[in-house]
Design a protein around this ligand. Sequence first.
Ligand SMILES: NC(=O)CC[C@H](N)C(=O)O
Length: 378
Amino acid sequence: MEARLTLEDGRTFPCRSFTGPGEASGEVVFNTSMTGYQEVLTDPSYSGQMVTMTYPLVGNYGVNPDDVESARIQVAAFLVKEYQPFPSNFRSTQSLADYLKGQGILGVEGLDTRALTRHIRNGGAMRAIISTQDLDPESLKRRANQIPSMEGMDLAKDVSTRRAYRWADGRPEALNDDARLDASVWRHRGARPSVVAIDFGLKYNIGRCLERAGFEVLVVPATTDAASIMAMAPDGLFLSNGPGDPEPVTYGIETTRELLGRLPIFGICLGNQILGLALGGRTYKLKFGHRGANQPVKNLDTGRVEITSQNHGFAVDMESLGNDIVAVTHINLNDNTVEGIRHRRLPAFAVQYHPEASPGPHDAAYLFDQFRAMMKIA
Ligand SMILES: NC(=O)CC[C@H](N)C(=O)O
């Protein structure tokens, strides 16, 4: 079915829907991973964004119930060069087209994804609209310009869980109705270090990695305050990844500021930005962001280069961090932006990239053990 993608600057790309009629809007971003499209689709950090894959053939290994990073598809639309409708993989239970259709998400193919990616690299991430109904470029351009900008947008509280839940045995587990959110919430007190993970859009693989590193994990809503967290007396605090601009996530920044020095803190991606903001730094929007599974990052402590999985459009401004308080621990070797920070005196550190790497390489898995080493219970 004929479709059209129009960016806010008027550039238009003809394409075809492989999921039936529909319309979608959001910020268009590109991801350079060669595989892992199901993890990309379900990563809550993509909320409000339409994602295009630079790898040209998508759908060939289908989808399965295990590779999800959250309970649903989070992208606003999925844009590919060539959709492969005949999946061949022993784990596949459904085609990608049926998976998207089942959740009402528009998928388009036949799009010149290379030209689109080059356009975004030159002009920056842009707002856009895709439609099978409205094919008039002028009307689409006008409407694309009415979409709210990603800057200033707090999407974390929209995707966050409404109720606290346990992460156990590799999956989310609801608490009993009578569970009290105090120190009695932990089942393995004294045997395993306990971590409260603030859910700004938590990827499931972070839950899996925390559990694998030996933690007992309780996931709480984004707006949970410091007093409620201290009431549970955890051994550590984790700040998750999440969508949107970090600056308007003032409640998360405030909670983090209050808990600095009272609990060991580890943050990933949005969690890194929130820690940076809580430490008095600033964040800014990158031109087109980092999204892919082969981003080179230099660990300044060891001098080692890690190949990392990434998905972010904002970054912590290095100049805004007081050097006597915060150390930059990791930088991106493509553009020298901040990829990791550490408090010089207090137990708090974070990375902008994804050590849980889903999809992606596992070079940075050591960070979960580093967090564990900060706990009283080792
Ligand atoms: N994956 C993330 O946590 C992304 C953080 C933030 N939304 C950004 O785009 O920079």
